[in-house]
Design a protein around this ligand. Structure first.
Ligand code: PMP
Length: 438
């Protein structure tokens, strides 16, 4: 079918035929259209090249249109595009085995099992049901400034005001996020006071017996909020003591992005009961998964739970290729070394630009937080928006995030190079300078 690449015409079609909700999530002041992507780069319809620091919202783990991933998916789509789980197909079965093999198993006694979904939100939704079915309890703990997705259940555990709609399911108690820059216990307060908060919340705002707690190992939309040392381990202990399961959302942080580990939670040495993954798992192909300890996943099977496209072989073929590329190209090592170099350059920028209040993250999961004043830490969404727009002139794509839209988040395809780091640092420097001029 013919495609009309005219930007105005695309804008008109969107305006006329998209629901308002689908149109709204357009952060740039002027519309953009991308015609091509290759590895860490994107090209607009006029042929301008951009360095992609957003990876189409963390979906592009190993590179836009990575030939191995596209090749695997194309070959599968040509043979058999879809096959529901009521029939046996070896591709998702292989992929489940390969995913189980990249889960932590220090004593070799954990049997990891996989339930494939189409998206992260569905995986979150399923994980909550799994925890409730396993424990027989209803209450879930979630963190403020967490984002877990757009289904009703995933929204119910999302703790950012801008994403909360009316009438979401209940049985959720929110706990203060252990933010080490602007959390309720002040700067660098560590894990302890926030762990006490979990205990207090269970005691005061739940029935006392919970189904589980869900956390992102590094909060993404919250503005790249890392969990302080000991927090995930302590949170898991408190959750289990109240009868619940510990659920970690690795939708943004997983697949080596944090550099040191395959999964963000591994930095704290904790073993979750349930792990939720999506986005980077398929490098752009729609795919999500709940990976759980076998005994935890069993009770949910007392009732049917069927995702029509879950374990779709085309997406699973892409997923298998992603794991292969991660291994063969040592992608996690690249995320660690290139991420460290980029972080160092971001810290240099903080010396030069007073509106940068904080620079944080690890691996290729990094952010600036913009403030009006470093002492008061008043969030500065206006300057954030200006820098964000100016980045476009520097041919950089990144994202605004955080509960106040005052963070600039960088989660690029993990094939970013040292050379790109220089381009990015110079482009950001220009953008900050432009934004400061008004
Ligand atoms: N969890 C996290 C941490 C996410 O960032 C997202 C998506 N931004 C989701 C869950 C939901 O994933 P999806 O959009 O695929 O439903």
């Amino acid at each position: 079918l013919p495609v009309d690449w005219n930007l105005q015409e695309t804008a008109r079609r969107r305006d006329t035929y998209y629901a308002a909700s689908q149109k709204k999530f357009v952060p740039f002041a002027k519309p953009m259209v991308f015609k091509k992507g290759s590895m860490q780069y994107l090209w607009d319809e006029a042929g301008n090249r951009y360095t992609d620091l957003l990876g189409m919202n963390v979906c592009i783990s190993v590179g836009h249109a990575h030939p191995k991933v596209v090749g695997a998916a194309m070959a599968q789509a040509q043979d058999l595009t879809h096959c529901t789980t009521m029939f046996y197909h070896p591709v998702p079965a292989h992929f489940a085995e390969e995913l189980a093999a990249v889960m932590p198993n220090p004593k070799g006694d954990i049997e990891w099992v996989v339930h494939f979904t189409n998206s992260g939100a569905e995986a979150v939704d399923l994980a909550l049901t799994m925890a409730r079915d396993y424990t027989g309890n209803a209450d879930i703990l979630a963190l403020r400034t967490a984002y877990h997705g757009p289904t009703a259940a995933a929204q119910s555990v999302t703790g950012i005001a801008g994403w909360r709609h009316a009438g979401m399911p209940g049985n959720v108690a929110f706990v203060a996020e252990p933010n080490q820059y602007r959390g309720i216990f002040g700067e660098n307060a560590g894990a302890a006071p926030y762990l006490d908060e979990i205990g207090r919340t269970i005691a005061t705002a739940t029935t006392g017996r919970i189904a589980g707690m869900i956390v992102e190992s590094v909060q993404g939309y919250g503005g790249i909020i890392e969990m302080p040392k000991g927090y995930l381990t302590g949170a898991a202990e408190r959750t289990r003591a109240a009868g619940g399961l510990f659920i970690v959302d690795e939708v943004q942080a997983g697949f080596g992005r944090t550099g040191d580990h395959m999964w963000g939670f591994e930095a704290d040495g904790v073993i979750p009961d349930i792990v939720v993954m999506a986005k980077g798992i398929g490098n752009g192909f729609p795919l999500g998964a709940v990976v759980a300890q076998k005994h935890v996943a069993a009770p949910m099977a007392e009732k049917f739970m069927f995702h029509t496209y879950g374990a779709n072989p085309t997406s699973c073929a892409a997923g298998r290729a992603v794991l292969q590329v991660l291994r063969e190209d040592r992608v996690q090592d690249n995320a660690r070394t290139v991420g460290a170099a980029l972080l160092a350059r971001l810290q240099d920028l903080k010396q030069r630009h007073p509106k940068i209040g904080d620079v944080r993250g690890r691996g290729l999961m990094l952010a600036f937080e913009m403030v009006k004043d470093r002492k008061t830490k008043e969030p500065d969404p206006e300057t954030t928006a200006k820098v964000f727009e100016a980045c476009r002139e520097s041919r950089l794509i990144l994202s605004k995030s955080g509960p106040y839209q005052s963070c600039l988040r960088m989660v690029p395809p993990m094939c970013l190079t040292m050379e790109d780091v220089e381009t990015v640092a110079e482009g950001l420097d220009r953008a900050f300078t432009l934004a400061a001029r008004g």
